[in-house]
Design a protein around this ligand. Structure first.
Ligand SMILES: NC(=O)c1ccc[n+]([C@@H]2O[C@H](COP(=O)([O-])OP(=O)(O)OC[C@H]3O[C@@H](n4cnc5c(N)ncnc54)[C@H](O)[C@@H]3O)[C@@H](O)[C@H]2O)c1
Length: 364
């Protein structure tokens, strides 16, 4: 079995150290996931900050560290590169764009460059781009170069969400009608996850239109520029007729409501609850409020990052699409940015694809 060599750009939390923070399931950082997987090895790391490079070498005993990612790629020829820089490219704790002309977009810039340099597989932290113009450039470069691509929307690679998705797709709740995300969240940092997961749970039908608003409600978008990552709420219309809403309260949960029941992923994925029309109940009672809790086999959680990186390898070896392939990631990014576009139009429904590609939204 071939082992693939991984280069990591950005040796901070996601690249190297997030495993120390108490999240589960582990491993979570790219470096720890590579160590845990038989398919992957850490080839090299890259960071602008010398202290991060030193910490990385001490922690992972990897001496191939670089300041310049182009040099890392040329020297090490990694099979897979993980982009774990901040989206804006600014060092934390930056919370907003320094001025109205700022268009920093590190994820997009690196993704395009890596695809053009011929790196076969890339993992890009989310959101993959801060504007649709940049997302278009990634899509074009990835398609042109046949790059195998996933992003860090990790619930898509989480077996605790996969069982919920499988239940929805095999019809346990009947025909899906509504999809709901619970939690207050920022648009680009948080709702890129929530929109991606809602889409994933119902089988990724295309999103045809979006409406929403950002906070503060009276915020006026000028010069195609939002200098901070705004809290947002949204409504989505999928092409198969399913409608989705974000509810800005409670912890992170997702619910898919169908004609014959409802399934809810609980407590940020820690469990799930299925309620259905009771067995043997007459068809005439379907859709009424007599649904009962039904048994649901849950799973032992597995590392989402290992699953995501191994999905890249599997897609590379077999030629099948990766689970977070570029068309899907591009479409989800478009839906996310469309929430702000709807805000700009007073909360009107906005059709996808967006006509304007230049709206830039700063995020971490
Ligand atoms: N998917 C997830 O669950 C998850 C979890 C944590 C963080 N993230 C995302 O990962 C990204 C990074 O977050 P973090 O918390 O690890 O940040 P961090 O600040 O801890 O690390 C980022 C590192 O990137 C380096 N860097 C920036 N630009 C660079 C460049 N051009 N070349 C080389 N190095 C560069 C910085 O010096 C810094 O060390 C963010 O977009 C964040 O949203 C995702």
């Amino acid at each position: 079995m071939k082992t693939y060599r991984v280069g990591i750009i950005g040796l901070g939390r996601m690249g190297s150290t997030i495993d120390d923070e108490g999240h589960t399931p582990l491993p979570y950082s790219i470096a720890a996931a590579c160590r845990a997987s038989e398919r992957l090895e850490i080839a090299a790391g890259c960071d602008l900050l010398p202290e991060r490079r030193g910490d990385f070498t001490r922690r992972w005993r990897v001496h191939a560290v670089y300041e310049d990612y182009t040099e890392m790629v040329r020297e090490e020829r990694p099979d897979l590169v993980a982009v774990c820089t901040t989206a804006s490219g600014l060092q934390k704790p930056a919370r907003e764009a320094p001025d109205a002309s700022f268009r920093g977009d590190s994820h997009a810039e690196l993704a395009v460059a890596l695809a053009e340099m011929g790196v076969p597989m890339i993992y890009v932290e989310k959101a993959m781009a801060s504007s649709m113009a940049a997302a278009d450039r990634i899509r074009d470069a990835v398609k042109k170069n046949g790059t195998v691509f996933n992003t860090g929307v990790l619930r898509r690679f989480d077996n605790r969400y996969e069982v919920v998705r499988n239940a929805v797709l095999r019809g346990d709740v009947g025909e899906p009608r509504a999809a709901i995300h619970y939690a207050q969240s920022s648009l680009m940092h948080g709702h890129i996850h929530s929109i991606d997961t809602l889409s994933w749970l119902i089988g990724d039908p295309a999103i045809s239109s979006v409406r929403g608003e950002i906070a503060p409600r009276d915020y006026v978008i000028e010069n195609d520029h939002i200098p901070y990552d705004p809290t947002a709420t949204y409504e989505l219309m999928f092409e198969n007729g399913v409608r989705a809403w974000s509810i800005p309260a409670a912890g992170w949960e997702y619910e898919i409501i169908g004609t014959e029941g409802t399934i809810r992923s609980l407590n940020n994925g820690a469990g799930a609850s299925l309620r259905r029309v009771p067995p043997g109940d007459g068809h005439e009672r379907k859709g009424r409020s007599n649904w009962e809790e039904a048994p649901f086999d849950f799973v032992t959680p597995k590392s989402t990052v290992v699953s995501c990186l191994e999905d890249l390898v599997n897609a590379y070896e077999t030629g099948r699409k990766s689970l977070g392939n570029i068309e899907t990631a591009h479409h989800i990014t478009e839906a996310c940015i469309a929430v702000a576009e709807s805000h700009r139009r007073g909360g009107a429904w906005v059709e996808l694809p967006l006509a304007g590609r230049d709206l830039y939204i700063w995020h971490v």
